[in-house]
Design a protein around this ligand. Structure first.
Ligand code: ADP
Ligand code: MG
Length: 368
């Protein structure tokens, strides 16, 4: 992928070589806003705007962004739990069949909260036996053997003991392993993990991340790893898409992107997140806050917070410029130094209204 691969990172090589399992093609989600918020009728939350993303077999793709940037909405559209306002989900290169059981068998969602996601009155035999039965795997029945096999796949051993446990007898990390095992019970090809470690103690996060890396490598799953923590994305993922206010602002190979971030927002995110063991979401205080998505900023949604904003940035949304091998950044700073990536050309408006020409893709330190 790059020659900068760090020994502590666990990415697999050459993610681009793998076939696409699940794709978001220009997905957009606008939620209607209910009355009583002091807003006009017909107002919408522009939660996700024209997001394209490819999840490949045997790779982890991370979606990174602050709270409210649209990550969960994107994951829920990919899981077909909500319908996109526009755009399409593609499964194995074809438009995905409507949701429901057959789709859920292929694409499984794992959520953030391992305490809420497991019914406290049921033991492991029931929690893991049910999806095995429903989806008709394990030779049509949920034998103890099949359940123990699942427990072993997520390293909950000795499995003969764990099969007897109730959720309250497990730690947070162990519960998240059970939630992952439950997702694996239906033998999915795609695992969508929405902040799977952010509610866990720092000390047990790495174990769950390594489990996901293991599932990618051993079982060739295509994994979406949603996180607010760019350091954990670098550690686990093969590629990263950085979201800001509903749009992907930068995407590329994980190590390359984090070593050489090109978008000012990615640079800000990295400067606020030097510590991979950070328990909390990085605070970007002092650098403004995410915008209202009811009335998102014109042009580039990051421009009100951007230290390098130019007049053009308030007028036109920047297309994705190619800024490195497989790396794109949606920022007007790259306009003179790069070519527009193929997918972005059509978005580009023809208006050539007076735009100050930026001089470099390496912006100077802002004054002030
Ligand atoms: P993230 O997962 O990155 O924190 P979300 O996808 O949950 O972000 O939310 C993106 C935006 O969409 C937020 O402004 C959120 O308030 C809004 N949103 C999410 N779900 C709904 C909904 N069902 N109705 C209205 N707004 C929603
Ligand atoms: Mg979320």
């Amino acid at each position: 992928m790059t020659d900068t691969t760090d020994s502590v990172d666990v990415q697999s090589p050459a993610p681009d070589a793998e076939p696409a399992a699940l794709e978001a093609r220009s997905l957009t989600k606008h939620f209607p806003v209910r009355r009583g918020w002091g807003l006009r009728g017909g107002a919408v939350v522009h939660a996700v705007e024209d997001v394209s993303l490819v999840l490949r077999r045997g790779t982890v793709t991370a979606v990174v962004g602050e709270s409210g940037s649209g990550k969960s909405t994107l994951a829920r559209m990919l899981a077909q739990l909500i319908k996109p306002t526009a755009g399409e989900v593609f499964l194995d290169g074809a438009p995905a069949p409507a949701g429901g059981r057959s789709y859920a068998k292929l694409v499984q969602l794992v959520l953030q909260d391992p305490f809420a996601s497991l019914n406290p009155i049921h033991g492991m035999r029931y929690i893991l036996g049910r999806p095995l039965k429903i989806h008709g795997t394990a030779e049509g029945r949920a034998s103890d053997e099949a359940i123990q096999d699942l427990l072993r796949r997520v390293a909950l051993t000795p499995a003969e003991q764990f099969i007897e446990k109730l959720p309250h007898e497990l730690s947070g990390g162990q519960r998240q392993r059970v939630a992952i095992a439950r997702a694996l019970a239906v033998q999915p090809r795609v695992l969508l993990a929405d902040e799977p470690v952010s509610m866990l103690d720092v000390s047990i996060r790495l174990g769950v991340l390594n489990l996901l890396a293991d599932l990618r490598d051993r079982e060739r799953l295509a994994i979406l790893y949603v996180t607010h923590d760019i350091a954990s994305a670098r550690y686990l993922a093969d590629s990263i898409a950085v979201m800001y206010a509903g749009r992907v602002v930068e995407a590329g190979p994980a190590v390359q992107l984090t070593d050489h971030p090109q978008h000012p927002y990615t640079q800000l995110l990295l400067s606020a997140a030097p510590d991979p063991d950070r328990a909390e979401a990085p605070s970007l205080a002092g650098a403004g806050s995410p915008p209202s998505l009811v009335n998102p900023p014109s042009g580039c949604r990051f421009h009100p917070r951007c230290p390098f904003a130019m007049a053009k940035c308030a007028e036109q949304n920047p297309p994705a410029f190619e800024v490195g091998p497989g790396q794109t950044s949606a920022c007007w700073l790259h306009e003179t130094s790069s070519t527009v990536s193929a997918t972005a050309v059509e978005e580009r408006t023809t208006s050539s209204a007076s735009s100050p020409s930026p001089t470099s893709s390496e912006p100077e330190t802002p004054a002030g």
